[in-house]
Design a protein around this ligand. Structure first.
Ligand code: NAG
Ligand code: NAG
Ligand code: NAG
Length: 323
């Protein structure tokens, strides 16, 4: 999952930097612990706004998020619609060329931050996996009645809402992000997330750290982990402690050597949900995509029986009700 996390950060950074070019907000020279020299910014802006990669990866759909304090989920949904159905698939040659442009333009910065140029190549090469995960759809999206109605209505409901693409269901990311917006009791915006991640919003941080681990007991998360594991088995075999350490210094002792795959299986045995790496997605989940470049055939889950939605979720998703 490191690759995915890093890829997301880089793509977000790319969007942020590209946004800077249109001269609305000042160009960020630092994102988190990473700093960007002017040459590096130029390389990232170039890749995100011009050339072959910008033709196959809809960065432009994300730019508005960075200049406006707006609810991110509709923009992400549009981005996924373009990525999954409307833009051509990026070729390996395009990905490699873009990675080389960034690695060259950012050579000094990478050296300073101790990141190997190969890491940049690896991140761009994760495109088929990232796209496959972003194109997961569920026919059981979050509603105010999900999880026994415990979390309540989100700021923007999904079902029947024409701002969200409904072909083959709802994007998994749209569903999960909507659920989180109900949990946090607010519209998720870039400034809100920045306040959460930086710890400046202590209320939000307290809510985030009290999320029950059984949030992962959702077929969307199982499908995403399967897609990643099938190509990079090391991800599922990573000890959870190592992942947490990557973000925070303190690791609960109880986690010991538990791997990500084990955490999913143990946490969700009550449903029951278990991880089976056979290329078949859980029921109700599908990959909805045109011209996938993911190298393993994936078969979609069976349709869900009608009317089981309300019954299926009796255990509350989160440890405690939001304040
Ligand atoms: C998918 O691939 C076919 C065959 O290469 C091509 O004709 C079509 O335009 C592609 N569609 C998209 C959305 O990339
Ligand atoms: C979803 O996206 C597909 C491909 O762009 C499009 O054909 C379809 O009309 C969209 N559906 C909705 C409800 O937006
Ligand atoms: C901090 O987080 C809480 C809980 O989600 C939210 O209600 C509040 O608006 C946030 N404050 C700021 C300044 O974003």
């Amino acid at each position: 999952m490191f690759h995915i996390a890093i890829a997301t950060a880089v793509l977000a950074a790319g969007s942020a930097l590209a946004q800077g070019q249109s001269a609305l907000p000042p160009l960020p020279s630092m994102i988190g612990p990473l700093s960007f020299s002017p040459q590096c910014q130029q390389a990232v802006i170039g890749v995100a706004t011009q050339g072959a990669l910008a033709q196959c990866f809809p960065f432009a759909d994300l730019f508005p998020l960075l200049s406006t304090n707006t609810f991110i989920i509709p923009f992400l949904d549009k981005f996924q619609t373009d990525l999954c159905y409307n833009y051509p698939t990026c070729s390996q040659a395009t990905l490699t060329a873009a990675a080389q442009t960034v690695a060259q333009g950012c050579a000094e910065d990478l050296k300073k931050d101790g990141i190997a140029a190969q890491t940049i190549i690896d991140i761009f090469s994760a495109y088929p996996i990232v796209r496959e995960v972003l194109c997961l759809k569920t026919t059981d999206p979050y509603t105010a009645k999900s999880y026994g109605g415990f979390l309540g209505a989100p700021p923007i409901p999904i079902v029947g809402n024409p701002i969200y693409n409904s072909t083959d269901g709802t994007f998994c990311l749209t569903s999960v992000a909507t659920q989180l917006s109900a949990y946090f009791g607010t519209q998720l915006t870039v400034p809100y997330l920045a306040g959460l991640v930086s710890g400046q919003n202590s209320t939000a941080l307290a809510l985030a750290t009290s999320i029950n681990p059984n949030i992962v007991c959702n077929t969307c998360f199982f499908a995403a982990l399967e897609i990643v594991d099938l190509i990079i088995p090391a991800v599922g075999n990573t000890p959870v402690a190592a992942v947490i350490q990557f973000f925070m210094a303190m690791v609960p002792k109880s986690l010991g050597a538990t791997t990500i795959n084990q955490l999913f299986d143990w946490t969700c045995a009550y449903k029951p949900l278990s991880l089976v790496l056979d290329g078949k997605l859980p029921n109700g989940v599908s990959v909805s995509i045109v011209n996938s470049s993911y190298p393993i055939p994936i078969s979609n889950g069976q349709p869900l029986p009608v009317n089981c939605q309300a019954k299926r979720e009796e255990v509350s998703l989160f440890g405690r009700k939001r304040a």
